[in-house]
Design a protein. Structure first.
Length: 182
C-alpha cells in the first residue's frame, strides 16, 4: 500500500473535523512575525534547540503562500494536495539522544502529516509553526520522550484542548502503556 492510500484511509477513518468556522480565513500575516513579550525568549530557545530538516522552512513558506485568504477547511485540503507524494518516513521522531523538537515538512508518517498540516494552518510565521507543533506534539509543551503523544488517540484528545478542533473517533482502541524512566 502506498503512502497516499494509507494517508487518506487514516484521515477519513479518524474523521477529523475543524471546529473553526468554514468562513474563517487564513491570515496573510508576515512570515517573519515574532511573538510578543516573554514568549519570544522562550520560543527562540525552543527553536534554537530544535532540529529543522533542510527544506522545511521553504516548504512552510510555500505552503503558507498557497493557503493565504482561504477558509480553514479549504486550506487543509490544499495543504494535503501540496504534500501528496511526500516520502513516508516511519518513526521519524525516534532519534538517539535527548528528545528535541523535530520539524520536517519533507517526509511524514500519518500522524505527523495531520499534526504538521494543522500547525501550518494555525500559524502565521515559521516560529509560530514550531510553537504550535511543540504544543500539539508534547503534553504541556514539554519536550521529552515521556511527554510526547505516542498514540493518535492521546494526541487527538490533547490536540482538542490546545488546537481548536474536534475529533470523533469511531471507537476506543486499547493501547499498551509507554514505559518511561526519567
Amino acid at each position: 500500500m502506498d503512502f497516499t492510500a494509507l494517508l487518506f484511509a487514516g484521515l477519513t477513518t479518524l474523521s477529523l473535523s475543524l471546529v473553526q468556522q468554514e468562513s474563517e480565513i487564513i491570515p496573510s500575516g508576515d512570515l517573519q512575525q515574532q511573538p510578543a513579550g516573554d514568549a519570544t525568549s522562550s520560543l527562540s530557545q525552543s527553536i534554537e534547540e530544535s532540529v529543522v530538516v533542510e527544506g522545511t522552512r521553504s516548504k512552510f513558506e510555500h505552503a503558507r503562500f498557497l493557503i493565504r485568504g482561504l477558509p480553514v477547511n479549504e486550506a487543509m485540503a490544499h495543504l494535503a494536495e501540496f504534500f501528496l507524494g511526500s516520502p513516508y518516513l516511519a518513526m521519524s521522531l525516534d532519534q538517539s539522544g535527548r528528545e528535541r523538537l523535530r520539524l520536517d515538512l519533507t517526509q511524514f508518517d500519518c500522524m505527523l502529516f495531520v499534526e504538521q498540516l494543522h500547525a501550518i494552518v494555525s500559524a502565521d510565521s515559521f516560529n509560530g509553526f514550531a510553537e504550535r507543533t511543540r504544543r500539539l506534539r508534547y503534553r504541556n509543551g514539554e519536550i521529552g520522550y515521556c511527554t510526547r503523544q505516542h498514540y493518535f488517540q492521546d494526541w487527538a484528545g490533547h490536540a482538542q484542548s490546545v488546537a481548536q478542533f474536534h475529533v470523533e473517533p469511531s471507537r476506543s482502541i486499547p493501547r499498551p502503556a509507554i514505559a518511561c524512566s526519567v
